[in-house]
Design a protein around this ligand. Sequence first.
Ligand code: UDP
Ligand code: MG
Length: 311
Amino acid sequence: MLISIIIPCYNEEQVIAETYKRLTDVMQNLPHKYELIFVNDGSRDNTLAILQNFSKKDQRVKVLSFSRNFGHQAAITAGLNYCNGDYAVTIDGDLQDPPQVILGMLETMKAENANIVYAVRKKRDGEPRWRLIAIKLFYRILNKLSDIHIPVDTGDFRLVDRKVIDQFNALEEKNKYIRGLMYWMGFKQVPFYYDREARFAGETKYPFGKLLKLALTGIFYFSKKPLNIATSLGFVSIVLGLCYVLWALISMIFGFGYAISGWTSTIVLIVFFGGVQLLTIGVLGKYIGNLFDEVKGRPEYIVNEKINFDE
Ligand code: UDP
Ligand code: MG
C-alpha cells in the first residue's frame, strides 16, 4: 500500500524543512510505503532549492514545480493528478495541519470503511478575528445558496482513496473549488476532528483577495441561485415601477400637481433601478466570465520541472 502526501508550497522557505522532517517522522513509523509530493506553486524564495536538496537525498520526495503561481487549489489538483498512491493526503505546508493527525485519519478511514476522511478544525489558532468571521459568514451563504453543505471548519486537509482520486482526476472543470467538488462527488465521507495550530513560521499566503476569489468560485460554480435572485429582484422592481406608473397617471389625470414637481422621485427611481440593473448584469457577467474561462480550456497549471517522478 502506497500513501501519497501532497503538500502545496508557496514561498515557504521558513517552514518547509520542518514540514519535511515532521512528515517523515510520522510516515516512517507506518508499515506502509509513502511518497511526499511537494508542489512548488511558483515560489520566489528558496523553497524550490530546499526541495531539490531533499529530493537528492530522499527518493520518496517528489517535486512538481509550476512555471508561476497558479494558486493553492491548482497545486492540490496537480498533486492528485500526479500521485501514485492507493491513498492520498492533501495537507498544508505550513504545519497548521499537524502531520500526526494523518495517523488518526488513516485509522478512521479503515474503521469506517470510508472513501474520504476530511479534517474538521475544532479550534484554530493564530488567525485574525475578521478572517474567522468572514469565513463563517461565507459558509453560511454558500450553504444557503447551493446544495453543497460543507461544515464551516473544513479546509483542504483530507485523506482520499484511489476511487476518489480517479474520479477527481476525471473532472474537467478548470477552476476548482476542491472542498465543494469533494462533497459533490459523494461516496462515504467521514469527518475527523482536530486542533488546527498556528502557522509554524512566515505569513499567510492567502491575502483577502485570494480568499474572496476562492469564495466566489465556491458560490458561482456551485449555485445558480444568484440568477434566480436577480430575476426576483427584477420582478420586484417591475411591480414597484408599475405602482409608480399608476400613481403618476392618476395624479396627472386628476391634476394633483405631482406631475411637474418630482425631482426627488426621479432621482430615487434612476438610482434604484440603475443599481438593480447593474447588480443583475454583474451577476450575469460573473457566470459568463466563468464560462469564458472554462471554454478557453487552458490548463489549470503548467509544470516547469518534475523531480523523482519516473517517466
Ligand atoms: N499556497 C499555495 N499557493 C498559493 C497560496 C498558498 O500553494 O497561492 C499554499 C501555502 O504554501 C500553504 C497552503 O497553500 O501550504 C495554505 O496556505 P496558507 O497557509 O497561506 O493559508 P491559510 O492557512 O492562512 O489559510
Ligand atoms: Mg496556513
